[in-house]
Write a protein of this length. Sequence first.
Length: 480
Amino acid sequence: MAHPFAAWLERARYQKLAFPAAALVAGLMILLSELAYHGADARLTRLTAMDQARYELLRVLRRVTDAESGERGFLLTGGPEYLAPYQSARADVFDGLQKIEKLYRDSGDAQAEAHRQRIAALVIAKLSEMEEVLRLDASGARGTALEMVRTGIGRDQMELLRKEIDQLLKQQAQASSEALGSVYDTLLMGRLGVAALTVIGLIVLSGFLRVGRQLDRQRAERQAEAQAERERLEREVQLRTADLTELARHLQTAREDERARLARDLHDELGALLTAAKLDVARIRPKLQQAAPDLAPRLAHLVEALNSGIALKRRIIEDLRPSTLNSLGLGPALEILCQESGERMGLPIDARLEPVRLAPGADLVVFRVVQESLTNIAKYAKATKIEVQLCTEGDWAVVEVRDNGVGFDANRSTRGSHGLLGMRFRVEAERGHLEVLTAPGRGTTLRARLPLMPTPEPMTDVDSTLPAPEHAAPSPGARA
């Protein structure tokens, strides 16, 4: 079966002129649209400049009027508070004249530029007239200044200024109307071009819709195949992860079993050897004290060495497999561990331990987590205060080891350091969760949560609920 896209290409081979014609028309429409856009953009930019120039003209006229009002108020009252509006308006007028000059210089309209020059000259003349009046008043010729105001020169200048601004605004209004008409024509051409381009696009698009639907079906099929492959790979990854997890759990269990075996061997064989040696020393000690008193110090040193060896043997055995955990339970075992660790580190450990009910494997996990944490604190933390807490929260047992040491960056892993990773795996293997809260210089808090062992329900007396048995039938070998 031929591919649908190949069939479509085969049909398109007989329509060689269709695509070049559509491409030519589309190119012409795009060119027309671009020309219309640039023309409309230029006209709209000019309209914007005209509006800004109109605003600046009106603003200059208003500020000239404000300056004249400030001058007249000062002449009538003599109050200096009228000079501040005059000075402010004067500065704004010159600023506005500069903006108007730039706007009309960029527009390139010679007639508007002529009006602008006359307006600037009238404004400067009006300001000069006001400045002269104020200068005369400041020199003591107040009467001359008032007489100059009464002559009406300033009024005539303001009338000429208003007429020039009105003529320029009328010219701008006519130019704006023509520009708007041109913009509307450009927009109409753009509409026609877009409509024609839309029709051509629909014609071309209809030829691709069928190919697009076919491609969509093929894409959906490939996506379904990819999804099936992804699900297969995920299942395989889950199976491999489960196998690796089971293998790691088996290795951990084998490690603990090997520790227990080694602890038993040390206890049985090495313990027997050290005990026998100590008993032999005890037997020969009285004889040596009588026969060779000078060997008594060496004999005492030998006894101390044997006692140290026995203590070392006990400590190694406890490190390998804590006997107190099986004989006394988790709480006493942790209390002894904290006491011995505190003695080795030379600082007391605040241990707050509540009785909890955990599985035997979880008991060992909690003990190892606390043991590893105290070992890390002794090696790296430089702490002066250590707290160990064991409590229950709902259906969870929570063990927490906290110190005020130097801390570390938990997000930065150190090559070859697997202590935290091993503790995390131990806890998660018992369906628990391990959390490490630390930062450089802020100490470390290690918190582990493990599920409590459910309390067994009390068993009912099955015998009392059963009916009383009837007389048993005699066995075949019984005799009456």
